[in-house]
Each structure stands twice: as structure tokens, then as C-alpha cells.
Design a protein around this ligand. Structure first.
Ligand SMILES: [Zn+2]
Ligand SMILES: [Zn+2]
Length: 260
């Protein structure tokens, strides 16, 4: 029988066999694990964001202020915070972040927030854990809590960056993910346009702690995607501390480069 006839006769059967046996291998061939940022091929053992992209996401100044996460020069005096935060009143006890909200990391944050950004958000959480593993382990974190969104906003989103980010961080840290402890009582106006004092007023009474939550003496990792003025994280921290939390450390993907 000539080849053409054989393909006509056996084609469908052969195709079914290829699909059942070789499907997964074929997928690996067509889609080798790629970096979520640059789509480049990933070396073995890397996940989500490749080593090169992790370098790009790092701010040029490698030292940072533990109090607010701002990049600082090597000889900056950080005794009472850095030049940016020294006169700011924060309720939280420190900030752990991947970088600043500009350049490649700003683009990554915007993509992470989008409805298809869950994978990238988890990748950024892994990248943060890798970069700051020691800083995380210096705290003995009892629970990981995301800064919540009001349910009327949350309901319309496929994924919510702070929630996805916090869940993956909790997984990496092997700490409990307590995403229902902190609640947002009412909607606040979109903040980007409000000046700082207005933001502070808007934040009063925004958050609450679900009844029955036990926070006494606990160290909480409070997680958001971006830290702008710190007023949202401060308001959430006050609520957690009023409920008995001993220490609250904030973890974010990025801090805004200039806060005023
Ligand atoms: Zn990459
Ligand atoms: Zn600072």
C-alpha cells in the first residue's frame, strides 16, 4: 500500500495514540518553562521569574531602609529611619520589599494586578522570598494576612494581587495564611489622587478584625502589592495591634520611589 493510502487509513488512529502517549512530552517541547516577565527560557530549577529578570527588578541602590523599604546609599544613617521616612509616623515595624515602583518592576506590578496576572503575582512572591529569605527568617511570623479589599470591589476581580501574593508568601514561609482575619469595613475612594492627610482621614475606621480571631502576642506579616504613603498599611496595622498583635511587618512587591 502506498504511503498516502496508509496515512488515510491509519491517520486518525495514529494521531489518537500520539495524543494519548506523547501529549505531555509534546507540551513540554512546545512550551518549555518560560520566564513570566521576559518569556525567555528558564534554567532548570528556576520558577516564574528568571535570574536575569530578578536582577532587573532590583533597584540600583542595594541598601535599603528597614523601616520603609526606600533604597539608601551605603553610608546612610538609618538609626531612626532614612531621609524619606524619618518624620513619618508608621504603625508597622518594618518593610520587606522586592524593589521600587518604577521601571521593570512597575510594569510587572501592573501586569500582576490584571485579571490574568495570578501566575506572575505568585512568581513575584517567590522572587521576594528568595531575595529576602534572611529578613523573613529574622522575624518569627505567626500568620500572613493580606490587606483586604472591600467585598464589593473584590467580587468583580478574578484575582486580587495582595491576596494571591500573600497566599504564595505564606506557602513559601510555611506560615498560616489568615486571609479572613482582617476585613475592610467600607469602601474607600481610589487613593492615588488624594494627598496624604486626606488619605489618613479616609483610612480611619476602615479595617476591622473578625470576631473570634486570636492575635494576642502574635507577629503578623501584613501583605499588600504596593506601599505608597504607608497610610493604608498603618491603618491596617493599628487595627491588628488594637486586637492584640505584638508586631506587624509589611511585605510588598514594591515601595513607591518617592513618598511625600
Ligand atoms: Zn526573565
Ligand atoms: Zn525609611
Amino acid at each position: 500500500m502506498n504511503l498516502r493510502l496508509r496515512i488515510l487509513r491509519d491517520g486518525p488512529r495514529l494521531a489518537a495514540r500520539v495524543v494519548s502517549k506523547g501529549y505531555l512530552a509534546a507540551l513540554d517541547f512546545v512550551y518549555p518553562p518560560s520566564c513570566l516577565l521576559c518569556a525567555g527560557e528558564m534554567p532548570e530549577g528556576e520558577h516564574f521569574v528568571c535570574g536575569e529578570c530578578r536582577l532587573v527588578l532590583r533597584p540600583p541602590l542595594t541598601n535599603e531602609c528597614d523601616r520603609c523599604g526606600a533604597p539608601v546609599g551605603a553610608y546612610a544613617n538609618l538609626e531612626k529611619g532614612c531621609g524619606q521616612c524619618r518624620h513619618e509616623v508608621f504603625s508597622f515595624d518594618g518593610v520587606i520589599r522586592l524593589g521600587t515602583y518604577d521601571g521593570a518592576l512597575r510594569k510587572a506590578c501592573l501586569r500582576a494586578k490584571s485579571s490574568s496576572g495570578a501566575g506572575l503575582t505568585r512568581g513575584l512572591a517567590r522572587a521576594l522570598f528568595r531575595e529576602k529569605e534572611q529578613a523573613f527568617h529574622r522575624q518569627s511570623i505567626d500568620a500572613v494576612i493580606p490587606v483586604p479589599e472591600h467585598w464589593t470591589r473584590r467580587a468583580f476581580h478574578a484575582h486580587y494581587a495582595a491576596e494571591t501574593f500573600s497566599r504564595e508568601l505564606a506557602r513559601q514561609l510555611q506560615s498560616p495564611w489568615a486571609h479572613r482575619v482582617l476585613i475592610k469595613r467600607h469602601r474607600t475612594a481610589k487613593q492615588a489622587t488624594s494627598p496624604t492627610p486626606v488619605r489618613r482621614r479616609q483610612q480611619q475606621g476602615t479595617f476591622g478584625v473578625r470576631t473570634g480571631s486570636d492575635l494576642k502576642g502574635k507577629t503578623i506579616l501584613l501583605v499588600d502589592d504596593i506601599l505608597t504613603t504607608g497610610s493604608t498599611a498603618s491603618a491596617a496595622t493599628r487595627t491588628l495591634k488594637q486586637a492584640g498583635a505584638k508586631q506587624v511587618v509589611v511585605a510588598v512587591i514594591a515601595v513607591s520611589p518617592l513618598r511625600k
